[in-house]
Design a binder for this molecule. Sequence first.
Ligand code: ADP
Ligand code: MG
Length: 280
Amino acid sequence: MIEMDNVSKSFDQRDGDRFQALSNVSFTIREGEFVSLLGPSGCGKSTVLNLIAGFESATQGTIRVKGQQISGPSADRVVVFQEHALFPWLTVLENVAFGLKQKGYGKKERTELALEQIRAVHLSKFTDRYPHELSGGMKQRAAIARALVLNPQILLMDEPFAALDEQTRLVLHQELEEIWLRTGKTILFITHNIREAVMLSDRVLVMSTRPGTIMKELAVRAARPRDSADTVLNAVERSVMEHLAGELEKVVKEEMGDENYRIKKSAISDRTFGGMGSGI
Ligand code: ADP
Ligand code: MG
């Protein structure tokens, strides 16, 4: 469905140098698969997503979607961002119906289609609210409804739940899994949260930084719908952490010149890259 083949991306910097954000990134996502791209801030996750969305073009390598090299954005690949996704001057219903209006759908039809998606994300009671009248979780639900109303085959999600509190995030994980199981969309989900990646995905691609590349791929063979007590999830999570501890150790050894330095497991037990510094 999505094929990244040896993709590199560099940006021109103001001082005239080029900054290499991605180096030889290759992976494939099958139709209907839920794949997470996991990595620390600044490793190039959004760059990968922007390339697949067609917002940016690769410096090297090829990106194909359904066998076709991509040449720009398409309604078949819709992006859900972390925030600021909704128009503040439109209600939930108007926001969700917006893309349909652009496509020339009549009022009755777009209202019906929008309400159907609003129901799917449990926002039916809030159709006439404006974004500032919604909680963070509700805003992200509206953003998901707005993406799904266009019926894309591919959903590209760039840290969509990163700004939410832990409880809200857990509810949205469940809702997103339900939507995915029901619709069979192909989802590329970006996060720096290890638990979130493992909980939601069929496969987790772990990125390293400087320049960004895929350093590890892990399959999550746990039953659906996911149960947070499933021991398979814990095992995969531990395996991601162990791998990261190894990588982090390499960086720290380089920086400190100490061959015997060992990372304590507790240093990465918060399950995100947040506490790990920018070293990896
Ligand atoms: P992530 O989403 O993993 O936090 P990004 O993909 O946003 O990382 O960025 C990766 C690296 O590329 C960062 O160092 C960032 O500063 C740089 N970068 C991203 N976009 C641009 C751009 N348009 N121009 C210059 N540098 C960029
Ligand atoms: Mg990003």
